[in-house]
Design a protein around this ligand. Sequence first.
Ligand SMILES: Cc1cc2nc3c(=O)[nH]c(=O)nc-3n(C[C@H](O)[C@H](O)[C@H](O)COP(=O)(O)OP(=O)(O)OC[C@H]3O[C@@H](n4cnc5c(N)ncnc54)[C@H](O)[C@@H]3O)c2cc1C
Length: 392
Amino acid sequence: MDFELSPEQRRLRADIVAFARAELGQQVADDDQAGRFPWADWRRCAEFGVLGWPIPQEYGGSGFDPLTTVVALEALGYGCRDNGLVFAVNNHLWGCAIYLMLHGTPEQKEQYLRPLAAGSLIGAHALSEEQAGSDVLAVATTAKRDGDGYRLDGSKCFVSNGPVADVFVVMARTGERTAGQNHLSAFIVTSDMPGVAVRRELPKMGLRTAPMGEVSFDGTPVPAANLLGAEGAGYRVFASTIDWERAFMFAPQVGAMERLLEASIRHARSRHQFGQAIGGFQAVSHQVADMKIRLELARTLLYKVGWLKREGRLALLETTMAKVFVSDSLVQTAQGAMTIHGARGYLAGDGFERELRDALGGPIYGGTNAVQRGVLAELLGVPGALHGSGSR
Ligand SMILES: Cc1cc2nc3c(=O)[nH]c(=O)nc-3n(C[C@H](O)[C@H](O)[C@H](O)COP(=O)(O)OP(=O)(O)OC[C@H]3O[C@@H](n4cnc5c(N)ncnc54)[C@H](O)[C@@H]3O)c2cc1C
């Protein structure tokens, strides 16, 4: 067992941290207040290659192996203070590009994956609906056979990147729910297809620089060539891809935890009350210690997932644990950092309240942590912990 990063991974990490610190998130306080997508930063990410890190070189990406991808994303989360921007990158990669990587035909990869890797197209995942949240199989959007292709009707909510996206991976019903899991199919839908509309932007508590919207389809004609996987294989496509999202989407959160830990240590040493540094009070020092414990456990779990994926091994148990542990840990660490900074932590300008607002989404997206605990229990052989959900 070797816990060391390779010299190349260490260099990559340093380069990414330097890039993210210097080039990204300089306007985050204003962008967060305005709920504004940082287009210039997005383009910088594209130029630096971020949007193609895990995508094979033959499609214009960097072809990073899964473990290196985890290391790279962690570095991005550490160096970039704009968690919303990083979240938008993650939705592009793990809500859209990964579906094409794993399930796309060579033609689909050429047409969509290549521009996604270059960042000339922005990707999003349109799965959730008003009545289909944790219960993925309750999707009501339909794709009915129409000539050579399909006609798509329905509405999706909570679509991250929705208002700025060019390509959506959309789950729709091609059969009745009674057909078990075989009633869902996955489609590649572009924002310029007739009948596609972003009906409204959804302002939210945190991650405000990553826009979210409702996307509707009104008789949208989708060519059969845009079916992702076979008709009726949508749930299998989803289930075999979601564990990538659950692991990799949360890698930047480990970087954010380290950033918050370092800020907390600095403050614990420099802020004096009652004639001494506040770090001398056990109530403060123990919080710092707990932040470090969470950071190391989260990192170890994620690196294990990266390693398992690199070896081509199943990692569902580990990705589920990682999703829950990392997202819960970041909430605790962000709250701890805010508390250690006292009133300054609560002020809008200093960023700690934003970090906490951003962190609070993590236990919800990617499938809520309650549902993940149910999945975990089922994987451990406790039946009935979950009904009908793999959940996004
Ligand atoms: C920041 C953010 C970004 C998102 N981005 C996207 C996106 O890009 N694309 C997309 O399609 N969706 C996205 N979502 C939606 C997300 O996937 C759903 O919010 C999530 O699956 C839960 O669905 P729901 O909100 O409808 O909650 P519900 O399913 O209604 O759940 C409500 C509550 O009941 C609990 N619950 C439900 N079922 C169970 C169960 N079986 N066991 C235990 N508890 C249960 C949940 O844990 C939760 O506490 C995003 C959400 C957020 C917050």
